[in-house]
Design a protein. Structure first.
Lengths: 87, 157
């Protein structure tokens, strides 16, 4: 029986029967949640949930520190001279 | 009887579609499809329409060529289960549109859970373990339901 079913379903891949195709599509629709591409909205929610926001926060802190340094005429940590020190 | 040209026009997409379904590389699929048509043309005079429909005969050759591809590329372990050539002796009598229709009718009479197991197992080629995970069942229950589904189908087919 198992072999017969395997052959029949394999033949369906070669010469599809409409009625069987619709049953297969119905079953597939119930179990197709494995790989889903996230929409932009869903990606936005991911950002709001954590890591990317945290990274942006750290970058913003770094920027504001560099801005204070450059205001005081001190070269930034990464060796790039501030505008004030150049003038 | 169809001419070689008519056979090509009528079956090229079916053959390629089937091969592509079983072989990952599009280039390999193209090569295999060409090989299949070379075989079909060279054996056309041996085709006996009293034994099988042309569609079944071409399917048989297509399926065997895909199995040969796996064998010659030393990937025996990767031969899909549904391509086992053990079935080649019975295919002439069972492989036609009517049989697929009967299978569809039988499946639609099964409870949904059993129908899902059969389609996932024999069409999608999933293991019972994978099916159990997908369907949120324990492996033991999936195994039981699978057996139950086979029993019911045996009565109907």
């Amino acid at each position: 029986m198992e072999n017969k079913l395997a052959r029949l379903f394999d033949y369906q891949k070669f010469s599809p029967n409409d009625k069987l195709a619709s049953i297969i599509a119905d079953v597939e629709s119930r179990y197709q949640t494995d790989i889903e591409v996230l929409s932009d909205d869903e990606l936005g929610m991911l950002n709001a949930a954590g890591s990317v926001d945290a990274l942006m926060k750290r970058t913003a802190e770094k920027d504001s520190k560099n801005a204070i340094r450059s205001k005081n005429g001190v070269a930034s940590k990464n060796g790039v001279q501030s505008k004030n020190s150049l003038t | 009887m169809l001419t070689k040209e008519e056979i090509y026009t009528q079956y090229r997409d079916k053959v390629f579609g089937y091969v592509r379904n079983h072989v990952n590389s599009p280039e390999d699929a193209e090569d295999i499809t060409s090989d299949i048509f070379v075989k079909i043309y060279s054996k056309l005079d041996t085709y006996d329409e009293s034994k099988a429909s042309l569609s079944t005969w071409i399917y048989s050759m297509t399926s065997n060529t895909v199995i040969d591809f796996y064998r010659t590329n030393h990937v025996h372990s990767e031969i899909p289960e549904d391509l086992s050539d053990e079935g080649s002796t019975i295919e002439d009598e069972i492989l036609n549109n009517e049989s697929l229709e009967l299978l569809a009718d039988a499946l639609s009479k099964l409870p949904q859970e059993l129908m899902d197991i059969i389609v996932l197992r024999y069409y999608k080629g999933l293991t019972l373990q994978d099916i159990a995970v997908k369907m949120n069942l324990s492996y033991g229950v999936a195994k039981l339901r699978h057996r139950e589904a086979l029993g019911k189908l045996r009565e109907m087919l």
